[in-house]
Design a protein around this ligand. Structure first.
Ligand code: PDD
Length: 295
């Protein structure tokens, strides 16, 4: 069976087999979910938008007042080696930093002498099969009951986990989070809406993770002259949208074609992926290719 995690993994300055990588049960990542993470897609053994992922990692670490154990160049070296030693061309690199393990449990930060825990590994990149992409996926809406710092990519993801599981229990791929009558994002994705040929994107606030894929979609829309509005999206606009898409590093651009059991859109494309989403997916593929060619 193909392993899900490649050997070696990276842990605190060392490259070693996963089976030999151990951390203390007192690690604050385990006790409190006190840490940050990133997931970097790799295509043809080249990390995609690595600098942007490392910048967001730094922003999260700054936001939770945790010193980054590595410089960006240090992370880049780790990522390079994990990619080189993994058996797959397309990978996803997971990076995590936690506030380390003290010799006791205390909510307040441990002394500065306690080093953070840095962990990274490569897995095969799991992409959406063509047949699923052609049909789009189903989603539900749920109340967004997360905290007020959703712009930080932290490992304490319980609210996201419960939302995503509610979707899975309903036979759906994603849960769209509604706060104060507005669409914020998905449990593990950003969400875009199309209405009357205009692409609508929720703005970057503390209630949304600033997605790397989200930025690329905005860049592509601008560069191709696609009408675009970055503003809050009301729940009724979501429900009467012509198209709804989810975006993330692993889902790329994926149409949501059923929402709370009802087809998205109307007319010929009701319940099917719409034309703009198809175009954006193609722009995204072309962009990826061009970046990979440039190296
Ligand atoms: N999640 N919003 C949330 C809450 C997310 O968890 C993610 C990604 C995104 C999209 O971000 P990006 O385009 O940078 O991947 C938006 C990753 C894939 C995860 O948790 O595994």
């Amino acid at each position: 069976m193909t392993p899900y995690v490649a050997d070696p993994v990276y842990l605190n300055g060392r490259f070693l087999p996963l089976a030999e990588a151990g951390i203390s049960p007192l690690d604050r990542g385990f006790l409190y979910g006190d840490g940050a993470y990133e997931l970097v897609p790799v295509y043809s053994r080249r990390p995609f938008r690595l600098a942007e992922h490392l910048t967001r990692l730094q922003a999260t670490l700054d936001g939770i007042r945790l010193a980054n154990p590595l410089e960006a160049s240090g992370w880049a070296t780790v990522v390079e080696r994990l990619i080189a030693e993994a058996p797959w061309d397309d990978q996803s690199i997971y990076l995590q930093v936690t506030r380390g393990a003290d010799n006791k449990r205390d909510h307040a930060f441990p002394p500065a002498s306690v080093p953070p825990t840095a962990f990274a590994f490569s897995s095969p990149l799991v992409t959406t099969p063509t047949e699923i992409r052609a049909k789009g996926v189903a989603a539900i809406t749920v109340a967004d009951d997360r905290w007020a710092h959703c712009d930080l990519k932290v490992v304490s993801l319980l609210a996201n986990i419960l939302a995503r599981q509610q979707a899975v229990d309903a036979g759906c791929a994603e849960a769209l989070l509604i706060r104060d009558g507005q669409l914020k994002e998905g449990a593990a994705s950003n969400i875009f809406v199309v209405k009357d040929g205009v692409l609508l994107a929720p703005p970057k606030t503390s209630f949304m993770l600033p997605g790397i894929t989200y930025d690329i979609v905005l860049e592509l829309a601008t560069c191709h002259g696609q009408p675009l509005e970055i503003r809050e999206i009301q729940e009724d606009e979501l429900r009467t949208a012509d198209e709804v898409w989810m975006t993330s590093s692993t889902k790329e651009v994926l149409a949501i074609t059923t929402l709370d059991g009802r087809p998205v859109g109307n007319g010929a494309t009701a319940g099917k992926p719409g034309p703009l989403g198809e175009r954006m997916w193609q722009w995204y593929q072309d962009f990826k290719q061009s970046v990979m060619r440039k190296g």
